[in-house]
Design a protein around this ligand. Structure first.
Ligand code: B1M
Length: 213
């Protein structure tokens, strides 16, 4: 197996044995984010495919998620950092009913490595909690993540509740079940402020940079 195949395979197999040594080797040739977005994400896609075909059970997917988290934690210190500057404050959450947090946490790492102060509210965050936090933290933007189809609908509800509470800071939305079209046709009309779709964490950073210029 090539190094790239081995990296994807750790995620698919849910095994950490040899992972760190191979990540160290990969760092000789690739920047950390390329390792995440390339072979590790390919492994996760395969896990999703196998799970969809009932070839993996939830417990096994959870092990794959642990491997992905361990890999991201190992790679984080090697990512480029802009220190000191405080470009803006972002409130971040995975929406109500959704436990998926690897993508959201990647967004947190990338934003905070690039001068943003991130307040990460965690997973399954109901609109009420988000409203309270928005009032307390006065963020420059709110980032919502969701991977389930029902999470896209939950984002519509969250946008409605935020609007009803008088909150209109820009909303940054992302996650596998979401599209740009759904964002502009279904979420944006329910919100008073801007609603912007980010296809991945780097896109999220570009948008945050534009918002907080
Ligand atoms: Co679940 N899961 N899962 N899962 N899981 C999916 C999402 C699924 C597509 C798998 C499948 O069937 N093929 C499917 C969803 C089906 C649907 O609704 N369309 C699914 C399902 C069904 C479920 C359960 C319902 C299974 C069950 O219990 N029967 C259950 C749901 C529980 C719940 O949420 N209430 C469940 C549970 C789990 C685990 C707990 C086992 C685990 C999550 C562990 C964790 O996150 N701590 C898990 C995993 C790992 C996956 C897959 C395999 C991988 C997700 C992942 O971490 N990807 C996933 C299949 C897949 O995506 N291929 C699947 C890597 C991560 C880096 O990517 O989060 O997409 P992602 O983030 C990307 C972009 O989306 C974007 O940036 C990142 C890249 O840079 N992004 C943002 C994300 N958020 C953003 C926010 C932004 C900007 C960009 O700004 C704010």
């Amino acid at each position: 197996m090539t190094l790239e195949e081995r990296l994807g395979n750790y995620v698919v197999e849910g095994s950490k044995e040899g992972l760190i040594a191979d990540l160290e080797e990969a760092l000789q040739n690739y920047p950390p984010l390329e390792i995440i977005n390339g072979p590790l994400m390919a492994g996760m896609e395969e896990v999703g495919r196998l799970f969809n075909q009932n070839e993996l059970i939830v417990a096994e997917v959870l092990q794959s998620a642990e491997v992905m988290k361990a890999a991201v934690a190992f790679l984080e210190p090697y990512m480029e950092k802009q220190d000191g500057s405080h470009k803006g404050k972002i409130l971040l959450a995975t929406v109500k009913g959704d436990v998926h947090d690897i993508g959201k946490n990647l967004v947190e790492i990338i934003l905070s490595n690039n001068g943003f102060h991130v307040v990460n509210l965690g997973i399954k965050v109901p609109p009420d909690q988000l409203i309270q936090a928005a009032r307390l933290e006065q963020p420059d933007a709110i980032g919502l993540s969701g991977l389930l189809v029902k999470s896209a609908q939950q984002m519509v509800i969250t946008a409605q509740d935020l609007r009803a509470a008088g909150i209109d800071v820009p909303l940054l939305v992302g996650g596998a079940a979401l599209t740009r079209k759904f964002t502009s046709n279904r979420i944006a009309p329910e919100y008073k402020g801007l609603v912007l779709f980010a296809k991945d964490a780097m896109d999220g950073l570009d948008i945050a940079n534009r918002l907080c210029k």
